[in-house]
Write a protein that binds this ligand. Structure first.
Ligand code: FES
Length: 112
């Protein structure tokens, strides 16, 4: 595993979710979702556990209309932002794959 820079914490709003493509150490690109709420940051693979598609409705549109859950645009599964657990939808009980994340000097790093 290697820590790969994803974005700066300041690039994210206080409540935000962004789709970011990074190059993993093996050279393959990985589609990630970076989620921030206040000073906490989580990173997930941008892959719905139901069929493996990307989650977003439109670029960087991951939250549901109430802004409470991350939502898969394809069949509407809802995921808790803080742990990726699917609370409702065809993959209820599954989770987004979360990746170890750390923030150093304002830089968000993910281990890949
Ligand atoms: S592909 Fe995400 S809910 Fe079906």
């Amino acid at each position: 595993m290697m820590a790969v820079p994803v974005c700066r914490l300041d690039d994210l709003q206080v409540k935000d979710a962004r789709g970011i493509l990074v190059d993993a150490p093996d050279g393959a690109p990985r589609a990630l979702v970076v989620v921030r709420q206040q000073d906490r940051v989580w990173v997930y693979l941008n892959r719905c556990p139901h069929t493996g598609v990307n989650l977003e409705w439109q670029p960087d549109r991951f939250f549901d209309l109430e802004g409470r859950f991350l939502q898969c645009a394809t069949h509407g599964a809802l995921f808790r932002p803080e742990d990726g657990y699917c609370v409702r939808g065809p993959c209820a009980g599954d989770s987004l794959e979360s990746l170890p994340v750390q923030v150093e000097n304002g830089q968000v790093l993910v281990s890949l």
